[in-house]
Design a protein around this ligand. Sequence first.
Ligand SMILES: NC(=O)c1ccc[n+]([C@@H]2O[C@H](COP(=O)([O-])OP(=O)(O)OC[C@H]3O[C@@H](n4cnc5c(N)ncnc54)[C@H](O)[C@@H]3O)[C@@H](O)[C@H]2O)c1
Length: 263
Amino acid sequence: MRGRSVVVTGAGSGIGRAVVLACARRGASVAALDIDAERAVSVADEASAAGSPRAVGIGCDVSVEESVRGGYDQAVEALSGLDGVCANAGVEINAPLHEFELEQWRRVLDVNLVGMFLTCREAVRRLVETGATGSIVCTSSPSAFVGFAGGGNSAYAASKGGVSAFVRSAALDYARHGIRVNAVVPGATDTPMLVSERDGAARDDALRHIRSAAQEQIPLGRLGRPDEIAAAVVWLLSPEASYVTGAHLVCDGGLLAKSANDF
Ligand SMILES: NC(=O)c1ccc[n+]([C@@H]2O[C@H](COP(=O)([O-])OP(=O)(O)OC[C@H]3O[C@@H](n4cnc5c(N)ncnc54)[C@H](O)[C@@H]3O)[C@@H](O)[C@H]2O)c1
């Protein structure tokens, strides 16, 4: 990844932060974009300390067109180029369908799917304009393929199903330009998103419950670590994946390989 310039959205936490740091350790320049500008800057500082030649943190809301354009303007100027993008920003709001507020539903779709579109469109526009090749990795989810047994996941599942369909379609559109578009599919990964809808003691209880359920229900017997997902993303971003496009790299401890039935 040495000499490459990578933009990561949702970079202030969890998987996005891990992708920034993994790119930095491999010598890439990185722009960490997050709706939380302070966290974006702090992750960029960590990237510099980890060996990134150039690292910049930028406040950017992926669901807002001008914010995405402005974020890329700053990123491309600071990094002097663009080779890779990890379109990763996401939110999860769960509720039974009949209780879902339209505003909540729209927020999930706006960040996870419209945000993905805006992030990828901006990247592709810049790459096509300069005739450059590149690699884009979008973060999908097992919920693009199966229903979550816990329920209430309709908006998130719809958004990630959209992301996965988008990836296949965009990969075909830009293959002849030498722009690869792939998805990473993290399973249950130990990040703040797992308990994002809870606070304080309820959050700690939920985490304990999730970790113990993971031991039983996930074939590898544990949650994923953000750095394990980041390793898959970095491979897709790198020239080692030069013949991979339109693909999903599942990184889920065996979750999707397993049928719920044990009879
Ligand atoms: N953690 C999991 O189990 C899991 C599993 C499958 C997929 N994912 C996906 O991985 C991605 C990263 O999630 P994570 O687990 O690291 O969660 P996280 O909550 O730790 O990080 C998400 C980051 O996205 C940022 N963000 C939210 N809205 C934004 C917006 N509008 N614009 C820019 N940034 C925004 C947040 O500030 C946060 O820093 C998401 O797309 C998520 O859906 C997570």
